[in-house]
Design a protein around this ligand. Structure first.
Ligand SMILES: Nc1nc2c(c(=O)[nH]1)N[C@H]1C(S)=C(S)[C@@H](COP(=O)(O)O)O[C@H]1N2
Ligand SMILES: [Mo]
Length: 198
């Protein structure tokens, strides 16, 4: 793992790097399966399940919401971290502001083009620093990194940050997404090394 591409964090950043993590030189791409392609104009996000009214957000509607910069650290469960990644997009709170979530909803499933999915308790999802990102380091989000639009959930391991996001399903209970069905932890807090399930 260590060597040319991964470095042990030095003193200046040690308190920002969770246990067992090394700093990546570039920004690695981690994708299970094929990379789906979709043009921005064809991108939509369907929000359904335990909501009063199902909605479908388009690219133009996403652009019309408040646009912000989100600088965040990114921690992959395979032991690499990338500090200070600069995303641009819309806060999850602004995305969800016009969605009437039923009081019985407790969890959310993020669905992606290509079939990937990943679940979150609502409390981990509805946070101001979580976003739907369409820009990475000032450039349109590259397809490999989830373009045209991905979610970013910086306080949990990066498998919870859904690339090519296409749907949000409000759920009455927890349910496992793709990696959670395949041995990853349900929640994935990197500071507690919630990597794999028992
Ligand atoms: N749709 C989709 N989203 C995904 C993945 C994936 O395979 N498909 N991989 C996850 C994992 S394990 C990680 S570490 C991050 C990697 O994001 P990156 O490729 O931009 O570094 O995306 C997450 N989101
Ligand atoms: Mo990952």
């Amino acid at each position: 793992m260590l060597g040319k591409y991964f470095k042990a964090p030095d003193e200046s950043v040690r308190d920002r790097v969770p246990p067992g993590q090394y700093l990546a030189e570039g920004f690695p791409v981690m994708t299970y399966g094929d990379t789906p392609t979709r043009s921005p104009q064809d991108w939509t996000l369907k929000i359904w399940g335990l909501v009063e009214q199902e909605i479908t957000l388009t690219w133009d509607q996403l652009q019309a919401l408040p646009q912000r910069e989100f600088t965040a650290d990114f921690h992959c469960v395979t032991h690499w971290s990338k500090l200070d990644v600069v995303w641009r997009g819309v806060s999850i709170l602004d995305v969800m502001a016009n969605v009437a979530i039923a009081p019985t909803a407790t969890h959310i499933m993020q669905h992606c083009d290509g079939g990937y999915s990943t679940n979150l308790p609502l409390g981990d999802f509805l946070r101001a620093e979580n976003c739907l990102a369409h820009t990475l380091n000032g450039e349109p989000l590259p397809i490999d990194h989830g373009g045209p639009v991905r979610s970013v959930v910086p306080h949990l391991y990066a498998w919870k940050s859904a690339k090519w996001i296409s749907g949000l399903e409000l759920l009455p209970a927890d349910a496992p997404g793709f990696w959670e069905r395949n041995g990853y932890h349900k929640r994935g807090n990197p500071w507690d090394e919630e990597r794999y399930s028992g």
